[in-house]
Design a protein around this ligand. Structure first.
Ligand code: SF4
Ligand code: SF4
Length: 344
């Protein structure tokens, strides 16, 4: 473990912004909320945020992305993969765990170069949480801290950050800070331990379930239609809970023709299982026409299907879905607690 003074860290970040070929992005405050955006100055970086509106997955899986450009007159198709190498500053542990899950999804079966190239060209700088969102239950999901998934990880211990190096990419980045980096001493190690103990007190105390009970609880609840109908009654099918989730990765692909109908591009855009048209197929059929079926599916994906496929519970407890759902019915803790209590 290493340490750097906060003032030296700011100089380091400003140097990266000015001199590194890669785009430097970090968490910034916007209208009393937080978002990952391109950084213009270290002064704008907020490593004390609680949660961002969108997770950093937007850099590896943009909301809209061109896959192919085509010209029908010429009979030409050109593959497109616009990769911007980035240094991403200030990723919380739960989002790092979510990125590790996404990596498995996009490497599985058929490697997805659009996601993977962006991931390979990014450096992930994590930060341990100083402030915790009211909705977060990351401690319950085992994602309040992490030992993997980052290139370097920062912990705020007052006048300085401690730094853990997780990869050769992280080590190369740190070399750019030169003599500002020092070896850690016993006093700083004590402060990190204290930081983590205090962090563990900052999370919600209402979750009553263990995450690894979820696959069997969800299996038991799959056929309880009344339960899903009652809980989804106020759902607007807006899809927000999917779109803000760091572990949701579904997308739609469409060909967009220009007005001459000879040229166009194949685009992929975010999609989500809570949207009514998500499971629509040819012949005007819809596999999940009822909102209760869509609502149930989202929870099955989070707590059962992804576990069966990869051994991961695909909810990292960030709390974004419950924070942003207008009728306030998307809180996984509420549903999982009800199942644990045997509510029908
Ligand atoms: S649960 Fe909430 S956020 Fe999700 S689709 Fe329904 S209304 Fe929208
Ligand atoms: S389901 Fe909700 S709490 Fe869980 S990871 Fe997704 S957005 Fe976060």
């Amino acid at each position: 473990m290493k340490v750097i003074d906060k003032s030296d860290f700011d100089v380091f970040v400003d140097n990266l912004i000015a001199n590194d070929d890669r785009e430097v992005v970090g968490v910034q405050e916007k209208d009393s909320k937080f978002a990952f955006e391109t950084l213009q100055s270290a002064d704008d970086l907020r490593l004390d945020y609680d949660v961002t509106i969108l997770p950093p997955k937007k850099y590896f899986m943009p909301q809209r992305e061109t896959l192919i450009e085509y010209n029908l007159d010429e009979g030409e198709t050109t593959p497109v993969n616009r990769v911007v190498p980035r240094i991403i500053l200030g990723i919380h542990p739960y989002d790092l765990v979510a990125i590790e899950q996404m990596d498995k999804v996009f490497e599985d079966t058929h490697e997805d170069p659009h996601y993977l190239e962006k991931r390979r060209k990014s450096v992930l700088v994590g930060v341990n949480m100083e402030n915790v969102s009211d909705k977060s239950f990351a401690k319950t999901m085992g994602t309040a801290t992490t030992d993997s998934g980052y290139d370097i990880m920062l912990t705020d211990i007052g006048d300085m950050y401690t730094i853990e190096v997780g990869s050769s990419k992280g080590s190369a980045l740190l070399d750019k800070a030169g003599s500002a980096i020092d070896d850690v001493g016993p006093e700083e190690i004590k402060k990190v331990k204290q930081f983590k103990e205090e962090l563990s007190e900052k999370f919600r105390t209402d979750p009553k379930f263990d995450p690894f009970e979820l696959p069997s609880l969800l299996k038991e609840y799959y056929g309880k239609d009344q339960f899903w109908e009652k809980n989804s009654e106020d759902c607007l099918s807006c899809g927000t809970c999917n779109l803000v989730c760091p572990t949701c990765y579904c997308f739609d692909v469409q060909d967009i023709n220009d007005i001459s109908l000879s040229e166009g591009e194949r685009m992929r855009t975010w999609d989500g299982c809570m949207l009514e048209a998500f499971a629509e197929v040819a012949g005007d059929e819809n596999f999940r026409e009822e909102k209760a079926a869509r609502y149930r599916h989202r929870y099955m994906r989070k707590g059962r299907y992804m576990y069966n496929r990869f051994g991961d519970i695909a909810c990292v407890g960030c709390g974004r879905c419950s924070e942003q759902c207008l009728p306030d019915i998307a809180d996984p803790v509420d549903i999982f607690n009800q199942m644990k209590e045997g509510t029908s």
